[in-house]
Design a protein around this ligand. Structure first.
Ligand code: NAG
Ligand code: NAG
Ligand code: NAG
Ligand code: NAG
Length: 215
């Protein structure tokens, strides 16, 4: 089962058409500083292999050359009842080497800058939530030093790229201000593909009930 899903993912996620990265991992750099074919924004310099034009704007692909962590909501927001909402709740992102905790990235003191991480703030439009707090046996996950997402016991398969998850603190009817993740199915292109992959995920019992549309 895990193998099938991973294979599907790598197949469909591999289809990026002619952009150098997925939309979900793109940042608008239209008003960056241009120098020849390079564009610099927020301290990052994008060369022509790392940006593309669409809708009259220019989008950079920071995760092509930086370690990225994907947070569902903005810097000072958490996910309250499926909506990104401003909050004072601290969001600390634990980083691991395999399953061993190494340190937290703390949004407030900007630990990520010193440690050379880039945050992508983008929620998944569809996906399934993993909440270790509710389902520790299956949903426990570990964000790796390189930004990959390791959920050894979830049916999504072992290791996910930054395009395939987002993490945040969630507050809703199910969990009360706890750190959790969404496994994203956004970049699956066609309805059919989505249904195919989702059916696989759905078919795994427990996981089925927790499929969270429009997260
Ligand atoms: C663009 O930058 C990447 C990463 O820094 C590098 O590997 C690549 O060769 C560069 N491409 C061009 C066209 O300069
Ligand atoms: C460009 O616009 C279309 C239609 O509004 C939208 O679906 C697409 O995501 C936009 N592209 C980017 C890179 O934001
Ligand atoms: C979330 O929604 C539930 C029910 O829809 C409501 O009772 C609760 O107050 C909401 N929570 C927050 C923090 O807005
Ligand atoms: C930032 O906060 C984290 C977690 O709260 C802490 O471990 C780290 O030492 C802090 N770093 C700095 C530079 O203050």
């Amino acid at each position: 089962m895990k193998g099938v899903i991973l294979m599907l993912l790598s197949f469909f996620f591999g289809d990026v058409s002619n952009s150098p990265c997925f939309k979900s991992l793109s940042v608008d750099i239209t008003n960056g500083v241009k120098d020849g074919h390079e564009i610099t924004k927020n301290g990052l310099t994008y060369n022509s292999s790392n940006y593309y034009r669409e809708n009259g704007s220019i989008y950079g692909c920071p995760c092509n050359f930086k370690k990225c962590i994907r947070k569902c909501c903005g810097v000072d927001e958490i996910m309250i009842n499926k909506t990104c909402t401003k909050s004072d709740v601290e969001v600390k992102i634990p980083i691991h080497r395999k399953t061993d905790f190494i340190h937290h990235l703390d949004m407030r003191n900007e630990t990520h800058k010193k440690l050379d991480y880039f945050y992508i703030h983008k929620r998944c439009k569809k996906g399934a939530r993993l909440s270790p707090d509710l389902y520790p046996e299956t949903d426990t996950f570990y964000i790796q030093e390189d930004g990959k997402f390791f959920a050894p016991d979830a049916e999504i398969g072992g290791m996910l790229d930054v395009g395939n998850y987002c993490v945040d603190v969630f507050h809703d009817g199910e969990i009360d201000r706890k750190f959790a993740a969404i496994f994203c199915a956004d970049d699956l292109n066609t309805e059919q593909t989505i249904q195919h992959v989702v059916k696989k995920i759905y078919s795994t019992g427990e996981f089925f009930a927790r499929f969270a549309c429009d997260q």
